[in-house]
Design a protein around this ligand. Structure first.
Ligand code: SF4
Ligand code: SF4
Length: 72
């Protein structure tokens, strides 16, 4: 297991910038805070529901696509 992703982000904010529904809050990782303080899964789910209604497919994954750690 590598380090938690938050530790490796540095100055990168690619996923924050690309998410069409701003699901990421730009908050740094703090172990006393809940996961939801940094990422709003409801916004992402809603976006998937909407794309399924309009295009017939529930797809996004832009945040994974832009992440430099995911491309290595
Ligand atoms: S999958 Fe898409 S909507 Fe969901 S968090 Fe990533 S970029 Fe945002
Ligand atoms: S795109 Fe990847 S490295 Fe950049 S902030 Fe998001 S999770 Fe971190």
């Amino acid at each position: 297991m590598g380090k938690p992703m938050e530790v490796q982000c540095g100055d990168c904010e690619e996923c924050v910038d690309i998410c069409p529904v701003s699901a990421f809050t730009e908050r740094y990782f703090r172990k006393e805070e809940p996961h939801e303080a940094r990422y709003d899964a409801r916004k992402c789910e809603k976006y998937f529901e909407n794309t399924e209604k309009t295009t017939g497919m529930a797809v996004c994954g832009l945040c994974f696509y832009v992440c430099p750690h995911g491309r290595k």
